[in-house]
Ligand binder design. Structure first.
Ligand code: ATP
Length: 136
């Protein structure tokens, strides 16, 4: 029986996290996904959202932009378009991205509405995740 999980978060921009954790909560496309060691093998999609892990008394949070979670009994691999740990999120940048997306949504005849909505969703989620600092 597996007792720990190795969590890997990978993006095209680089490796965001590798480490042993006790528990993971991710934003699955169909709802919140709680993962403990010995989970049944599963590949599922993730939506723009927050991923949280707990290791002992430590809890940390990540912004995750779409992607896949490959879940095995002792390893969870997240492959996402982009991801950042809460402390690494540049809130000013996210606020600017939010304003840019809001402006674009006012002029949908000039901009792609779907792209602007996704950019707005990313920026709002980054601002939300940045408020959650690692607790020990
Ligand atoms: P922006 O318009 O500010 O580039 P975006 O949502 O289009 O935002 P992404 O395509 O998700 O950006 O990410 C591109 C790269 O920039 C990734 O490496 C991502 O981690 C990083 N990144 C984007 N926004 C932020 C942010 N607010 N803080 C830290 N890193 C960020």
């Amino acid at each position: 029986m597996a007792e720990k999980l190795t969590l890997d978060i990978v993006t095209p921009y680089g490796h965001v996290f590798t480490g042993e954790v006790d528990e993971i909560v991710a934003s699955g496309s169909d709802g919140e996904l709680g993962i403990l060691p010995d989970h049944i093998p599963l590949i599922t999609t993730l939506k723009i959202g927050m991923l949280t892990y707990r290791k002992g008394s430590e809890t940390a949070h990540f912004f995750v932009n779409w992607g896949y979670a490959e879940i095995g009994p002792d390893r969870v691999t997240i492959i996402a378009d982009s991801a950042e740990k809460s402390e690494d999120i540049d809130v000013e940048r996210a606020k600017k991205a939010m304003q840019r997306a809001e402006e674009r949504l006012k002029q949908i005849e000039k901009f792609d509405e779907g792209r602007a909505r996704a950019a707005l969703e990313r920026s709002m989620m980054r601002i939300q995740v940045a408020e959650k600092q690692t607790a020990r």
